[in-house]
Write a protein of this length. Structure first.
Length: 242
């Protein structure tokens, strides 16, 4: 899917601070990152930042099951999204194995998990093949300053529906799943200290039939509605303040 980019300052190209973040469709491990940030992105022949982009940091994400013991080996199938100041990343981990129970669920199933992490609060990795840093609390104890949230929102996978954040009002994130449902979080990047996002009351909204994959949603501020399509060739809109 698409990377997220910081920043979009058209007057100044910053080889050090401007970056792109990619989510990779592999399970994270000590030797395999699946959230990777690159800087020196204005590189190449005639570019401003040398011959090629460079690694800024790399992170592994691999949620453990409801027991806290076994890795679910989920993958990032959709695009990540950044906070406006570039200090936080939101993304979705999809678990396609149905032999283990995801956190927040009681029975083995597929599942979708929404994350937010603060990459600036983690040690920078110099080699993503040998030293990816950890973006989730499932692997090592969290540092006191590390900001991570996790929300299991569906017992279905999420193949296409990248999150969309309403930056203007509410700090809500919208995302669908592969079972025809559209979700809204209570907060994303501006959650109060000690508060983790939850699914808003009266959500999810059933947009399509069971087993139908949803597209990424888009919020239109002029109509105050969320527009989304589905794999059964339907499209529709949902009021923002439902």
């Amino acid at each position: 899917m698409s990377p997220a980019k910081f920043s979009f300052n058209t007057a100044t190209a910053d080889c050090t601070n401007d970056y792109v973040v990619y989510a990779l469709n592999v399970a994270g491990s000590d030797t395999q990152p699946n959230i990777v940030r690159l800087n020196s992105i204005y590189a190449g022949p005639g570019g401003l930042c040398g011959s090629s982009p460079t690694l800024k940091s790399a992170y592994q994400v691999n949620t453990r099951d409801v027991t806290g013991l076994l890795k679910l080996n989920g993958q990032m199938l959709t695009s990540p999204i950044l906070s406006l100041d570039g200090t936080k990343i939101a993304f979705i981990e999809t678990v396609t194995s149905s032999t283990l129970a995801c956190p927040g669920l009681t029975l083995p199933s597929t599942c979708s998990i929404s994350f937010m992490c603060s990459p600036g609060e983690h040690q920078e990795a110099t080699d993503p093949t040998t030293a990816p840093t950890v973006c989730t609390p499932q692997w090592r104890p969290q540092a006191a300053t590390r900001r991570i949230t996790r929300l299991t929102y569906s017992a279905a996978a999420t193949t296409y529906s990248s999150p969309w954040v309403d930056y203007d009002s509410g700090d809500h994130a919208y995302f669908g799943d592969d079972n025809g449902k559209l979700y809204r979080s209570t907060c994303t990047f501006r959650c109060a200290s000690g508060v983790s996002p939850q699914i808003s009351g009266d959500w999810p909204v059933t947009v399509a039939g069971a087993g139908v994959k949803l597209s990424p949603p888009v919020h239109d501020s002029s109509t105050n509605k969320i527009f989304v399509a589905s794999a059964d060739r339907r499209s529709g809109n949902v009021p923002h303040d439902r």
